[in-house]
Design a protein around this ligand. Structure first.
Ligand code: FPP
Length: 260
């Protein structure tokens, strides 16, 4: 039985190299990348996938040249301005995760507006990670938990409790993470949420990652044996269909010792 799939997370890498190969400025690569985001959202809708999370700007990307950072911010703003009406009509719910307080006020208010206008949609959940870092997310969650329970100490916190304070609290963990552009690292993306995610790395640069490339990644995923800590034999013996797509539904991380 093929693995179930509802949530794909993507690290959209390779815009700069795509442009360089064509002797174009890096920012042109980002423009192409943004138009591929539009296309990818359509591909997702066509495949009836429910959750798409895109890494658009990491908390470390501020280290890029100011001109490039500014081009990325403008593209994000333009994307929100041009796409939200269509998202609203197409049943797409848009959310942005990350520390948005660092963004220009106009971008912050456009994000708020886009989230409010699409809040009731359920067909496709599109999450854009912007000024996002996985370490920030976990630290934030720990602090929020401590604020909610000022009289408890960290010994009382477990994985399930922490998960409810992450920026992705109401999303299932991604079953598949795709990174385009040939690098094989997570780059501080969804560190907690990808504990059992299948990782797919492709040389294809993001602007060239099309519907056929997406289908190839999905087909690769469907043939993975997902063990969630079990042995192959256990999986064959009947747990293969468990579809333990999230750690919330996986067995306890630390099962009780049974010493007799
Ligand atoms: C990585 O490629 C890409 C980024 C840091 C930005 C991703 C942004 C977009 C796809 C466009 C804007 C997004 C939205 C949601 C409208 P890179 O520049 O690191 O490429 P390189 O590794 O080849 O230099």
């Amino acid at each position: 039985m093929a693995n179930s799939l509802q949530h794909i997370a993507i690290i959209m890498d390779g815009n700069g190299r795509w442009a360089k190969q064509r002797l174009l400025p890096r920012t042109v690569g980002h423009v192409k990348g943004a138009s591929n985001v539009r296309q990818m959202v359509k591909n997702f809708s066509d495949l009836n996938l429910k959750y798409l999370t895109l890494f658009a700007f990491s908390s470390e990307n501020w280290r890029r040249p100011a001109e490039e950072v500014s081009a990325l911010m403008n593209l994000f703003l333009q994307y929100l301005e041009s796409e939200v009406a269509e998202m609203k009509a197409a049943g797409i719910r848009l959310r942005v995760i990350g520390d948005r307080s660092a963004f220009a006020p106009v971008l912050q208010s456009r994000i708020d507006q886009a989230e409010q206008e699409t809040a009731h949609n359920t067909r496709l959940h599109l999450t854009i990670a912007a000024n996002y870092g996985g370490q920030w997310d976990v630290l934030n969650a720990m602090r929020a938990w401590q604020n909610a329970y000022p009289n408890k100490n960290l010994q009382d916190m477990d994985a399930a409790a922490l998960s409810t304070y992450l920026s992705t609290a109401d999303l299932p963990d991604p079953e598949l993470l795709i990174r385009t552009g040939g690098e094989s690292r997570i780059s501080n993306f969804l560190l907690w949420q990808t504990a059992y995610t299948e990782l797919y790395f492709t040389e294809t640069h993001w602007p060239d990652f099309d519907a056929a490339a997406l289908k190839k990644a999905i087909s690769w995923y469907e043939h993975r044996v997902r063990r969630f800590g079990r042995t192959d034999e256990q999986v064959v013996q009947g747990h293969a269909g468990d579809n333990l797509g999230t750690l919330n539904s996986a067995p306890p991380l630390v099962p009780p010792l049974n010493i007799s």
